[in-house]
Design a protein around this ligand. Structure first.
Ligand code: IFM
Length: 427
């Protein structure tokens, strides 16, 4: 296989850390958890806050580890006072990684917005952009001597849409105008943070989620184009200087979802601030049929597939679509470098997880095929290093290379962990 030079695994703060202590502020996901809106509470998760040394030990042999910082540990209210204890925790963790030969790839925003900022409108309020830039300044000042790869935002589509249009994720809002305002401000804050994070020589990129789609029949082309615009182009186009896609803007205007008035002079240039790499999170693709009321929020029924055609998230296994999507991104946007910032599968197979090995093998082959055709894919991160709190699904969906017993916090590497670590060692 033509593997990317950097192979690692990923997690995010809320999903693994626990540790609501040492001055940590409340995030919108803590609130969702406190309100009983998650299948399991998030107070402890994998208790990584206390067990990070054990977790780093298990990362030995990996090239890199993608983690996120909890904004509320660094600035409990999002703005104002810095909590040194929070920064010290991340410094200890990152020191430990570097001592273990594992490069930290650090995400600033993986959805856990300080509740104090949400109380002032969250990402729908343009002031949150400034708050994020200040947060980036604080973090790069404290950790920029150690961290060389930064990811601004994780999955802006998911954050904006599931949290503010569908309302199933925190903060639980169901309003299109809010969702599109959130998306714009998240993208704007990404662009404004890029030069800040580069100040100390780091490489910077966003982690964009994608959902490649295909029309079920030739008659479904228009629906498919619309879905692709809503789901992919609305985010990829502005990051690469193409502005918002005109066809989708027109639809949104007609439906009263967007009048473009919150896009101020200079915003689109800021969003297109040059990045060093494009992070892509890929799990599945989708078939689109015309006429579904919900086709623009991704609720199109998937077509049948031969077993084992789906993971336990109900996501169809489509590795070829990853190769095609990478080739398309290369053709249409020409990023200097692409990193698969997430890819993985949920299976509750315990430590004998051959199905996860198969999934990862197929997707690494898909990445390899893209590289063979000249696409600059330079990194790949498995989601996830360990089973963790899968947002509203709680502990029911297990993506980890390492099994977690959530009662005892015992870590047990799965067959996929050994397979992946051997692959890295023997490449
Ligand atoms: O667990 C999530 C992660 O936080 C973001 N990307 C998708 C993963 C699986 O749903």
């Amino acid at each position: 296989m033509n593997l990317p030079p950097v192979l690692g695994a990923a997690t995010s703060a809320f999903q693994i850390e626990g540790g609501r202590e040492d001055g940590k502020g409340q995030s919108i996901w803590d609130t969702f958890s406190d309100e009983g809106r998650l299948a399991d509470r998030g107070d402890i998760a994998c208790d990584h806050y206390h067990r990070y040394q054990e977790d780093v030990e298990l990362l030995k042999g990996f090239d890199a580890y993608r983690m996120s910082i909890a904004w509320t540990r660094v600035l409990p209210d999002g703005v104002g006072e810095v909590d040194q204890k929070g920064l010290d925790f991340y410094r200890r963790l990152i020191d430990e990684l570097l001592d273990s030969g594992v490069a930290p790839w650090v995400t600033l925003f993986h959805w856990d917005l300080p509740q104090a900022l949400q109380d002032r409108g969250g990402w729908a309020n343009r002031e949150t952009v400034d708050a994020f830039v200040r947060y980036a300044e604080v973090v790069v000042e404290a950790l920029g001597d150690l961290v060389k790869n930064w990811i601004t935002h994780n999955e802006p589509w998911v954050y904006a849409t599931l949290g503010h249009i569908e309302g199933v994720f925190a903060p639980g809002i169901t309003d299109w105008q809010t969702g599109l305002a959130v998306a714009h401000h998240v993208l704007l804050s990404h662009g404004k943070a890029v030069p800040v994070l580069k100040q100390r020589g780091g490489s910077v990129g966003p982690a964009l989620d994608c959902r490649p789609s295909r029309p079920a029949t030739p008659d479904d082309e228009a629906a498919n184009t619309h879905f692709d615009g809503f789901r992919n182009r609305w985010y990829f186009d502005p990051v690469f200087g193409k502005g918002y896609p005109a066809d989708i803007e027109e639809t949104y205007r007609e439906l009263g979802r967007w009048d473009g008035s919150l896009v101020q002079a200079g915003d689109l240039d800021s969003i297109a601030s040059p990045i060093d790499f494009l992070g892509i999170n890929y799990y599945t693709s989708i078939e689109i049929r015309t006429g579904s009321q919900e086709s623009d929020v991704g609720k199109v029924a998937p077509g049948p597939g031969p077993p084992p055609g789906y993971t336990e998230m109900g996501w169809e296994i489509t590795p070829a679509a990853l190769t095609e999507f990478l080739q398309r991104v290369d053709r249409e946007y020409s990023p200097a470098s692409i990193v698969i910032t997430e890819n993985g599968a949920s299976y509750s197979d315990g430590v004998e997880d051959q199905r996860r090995i198969d999934y990862l093998q197929q997707h690494l082959e898909a990445v390899s095929a893209a590289r063979d055709s000249g696409v600059p894919v330079d990194g790949y991160f498995v989601w996830s290093l360990m089973d963790n709190l899968e947002w509203v699904s709680g502990f029911t969906q297990r993506f980890g290379l390492i099994d977690i017993d959530f009662d005892t916090q015992v870590r047990s590497p799965k067959a996929s962990y050994h397979w992946y670590r051997d692959l890295i060692a023997n490449r």
